[in-house]
Write a protein that binds this ligand. Structure first.
Ligand code: ZN
Length: 529
């Protein structure tokens, strides 16, 4: 039987009056990272769409069409001297000394794209209109040699070139800095984009909506713009999958939708990014399935609000029965809906538990190579828990690590503890043990484990046999002393817990109750129909 701390206000949660103030579905702007944060901005992959592409401008949320092209593979690069490998769709372009030159010869202004293109090699789209151009020269001298008196155009790290990767011919240069370049699959077809994960695995994912491209000082920025419902379907497919109950997935769909409204990356010019370690996992339509799509449809437009504002969404796979407060995790002021909530339960599922045993040398090696503990220089390490979550969860908020040379490192806030130690969560206990061989009264040799005592003054180290075990009884020590770190949960542990939600839903609670349970004082409201 499950026991809950039941805030009275959530006994019968209901959709609120705000539900009726329906607006229209917003567009989500997802900042795309195809490799690492830095690389992706510098390099370009090859985008593929079997149906061909539409090229236009973006007004931030809408696609303003300009032309359609038959080309099925495009590479978009800053308008600079580039080496483009048209055979490698993952790493198509690099700067400098290359086979694409960014100098060209001006050939007059035209009223439309097609006239400008047919008068020269390609058209340049500028804020003033369409300019005909000749050549893609690598040097200014080459461009000047071809100048017919209308002048030459120089490279710019703030402009873009669109190149057909099959013909290796330039389609246009985009030099209008008033609006971003936009690209989408013809007829709403998905666009394929190669991606290299942090572990180096290569994928090609397909994306809905349209892409927006800008360049600044030679760095390329790519933003995928799509409806909030479609974005929620994409996130569901890879963040939670299909193994959870429908109520857990309904609750999660509302969180995935609400997350996008938090506009975490507003200052960078998009709402969320595609990195699972920063925002939510966004791999386009990869793994999308009918059942999860129906679940998203069943919560269409529903979001989680606190005092009529979208909440800061935080979720975790498992927290071990009590969520960590935001204050414990990151410090700062209390967030009323991110304090600790308890799901009392005798059986924490085994999958949420983790355990690591170190010899003293291994613990020294593990900690001393981590930057937070670089001052640790002696193997006689003592790890002590000085404080845990003031809101009552067992997440550690102050961890002290000292060594025999007198060096002491104190880590505050549970997320710093997790990052500094490299453990799965900051929700752990430390146990010191030693295996000894014992000669029993019957004359047999047995291995026994003795456990160190962890007190407010630290652990009682095994410098010799503990008197309390009776020294006469013990034989030879056959293994070095060990430290076992025994924890539960993974990640920050703040907010919604997927495994906790499973317990609640299996006990008959619906998604509204589950969200009210994890985010105290919030309400589920419908933003649009
Ligand atoms: Zn992000």
């Amino acid at each position: 039987m499950l026991l809950f701390c039941l805030p009275a206000a959530y006994a019968e949660p209901e959709e609120t009056a705000a539900a009726e103030s329906a607006g229209s579905e917003p567009v989500v702007r997802v900042g795309m990272y195809i490799r690492t944060h830095a690389d992706t901005r510098r390099l370009s992959s090859i985008l593929t769409c079997g149906a061909g592409f539409e090229i236009g401008r973006s007004d931030g949320s809408g696609f303003l069409p300009m032309i359609s092209v038959q080309s099925k593979r495009l590479v978009i690069v800053p308008l600079l001297d580039m080496q483009i490998d048209y055979a490698d769709e993952y790493a198509a372009a690099s700067l400098g000394g290359g086979n694409f030159g960014a100098w060209s010869v001006k050939n007059g202004q035209y009223g439309d794209y097609y006239s400008a293109r047919s008068a020269g090699d390609f058209a340049a789209v500028t804020s003033k209109g369409f300019e005909s151009r000749f050549g893609t020269f690598s040097t200014e001298a080459e461009a000047r040699a071809h100048d017919t008196g209308r002048g030459i155009s120089s490279p710019s790290g703030d402009c873009l070139a669109i190149i057909d990767a099959d013909t290796q011919k330039i389609i246009m240069t985009y030099e209008d800095r008033t609006k971003p370049l936009a690209l989408r699959g013809a007829g709403g077809a998905l666009v394929s984009l190669p991606m290299v994960s942090f572990s180096g695995s290569r994928y090609i994912f397909e994306y809905p909506g349209f892409f927006e491209f800008t360049a600044k000082s030679g760095l390329l920025n790519m933003v995928n713009c799509l409806g909030l419902e479609e974005y929620t379907r994409c996130v569901m497919a890879n963040e939670i999958g299909g193994d959870f109950t429908k109520e857990t997935r309904r609750a999660f769909s509302i969180l995935a939708r609400t997350f996008a409204l938090g506009k975490k990356h507003d200052r960078q010019g998009y709402d969320v990014c595609s990195r699972p370690d920063c925002c939510q996992c966004y791999y386009g339509v990869y793994r999308m399935g009918e059942e999860n799509n129906e679940i998203v449809d069943s919560t269409r437009g529903l979001v989680c609000l606190y005092e009529n504002e979208p909440i800061t969404v935080l979720y975790t796979g498992a927290n071990g029965g009590a969520s960590c407060s935001s204050v414990a995790a990151w410090g700062g002021d209390e967030v009323p809906y991110l304090t600790s909530v308890f799901l009392e339960n005798d059986e924490i599922e085994e999958s949420a538990r983790w355990e690591t045993t170190f010899t003293r040398r291994e613990l020294y090696e593990h900690l001393s190579r981590r930057s937070s503990f670089s001052v640790i220089s002696d193997m006689d390490i003592s790890m002590r828990v000085l404080a845990r979550d003031p809101y009552g969860s067992s997440y550690i908020t102050t961890l002290s690590v000292s060594d025999g040379a007198g060096n002491v490192v104190e880590i505050n806030n549970s997320e710093n503890v997790r990052m500094a130690t490299g453990f799965s969560s900051a929700n752990f206990d430390i146990e010191y043990t030693q295996d000894v061989e014992v000669l029993t009264s019957e004359g047999k040799v047995e291995t026994r484990r003795i456990t160190g005592v962890l007190t407010a003054d630290g652990y009682k180290p095994f410098t010799g046999f503990d008197e309390s075990y009776g020294s006469e009884e013990y034989g030879t020590v056959i293994s070095p002393d060990k430290v076992t770190v025994r924890g539960v949960g993974s990640g920050h542990g703040v907010g919604f817990s997927a495994t906790g939600s499973e317990k609640l839903s299996l006990d008959g609670y619906d998604f509204r109750y589950i969200l009210g349970f994890y985010f105290k004082g919030t309400e589920v409201a419908r933003l649009y129909q």
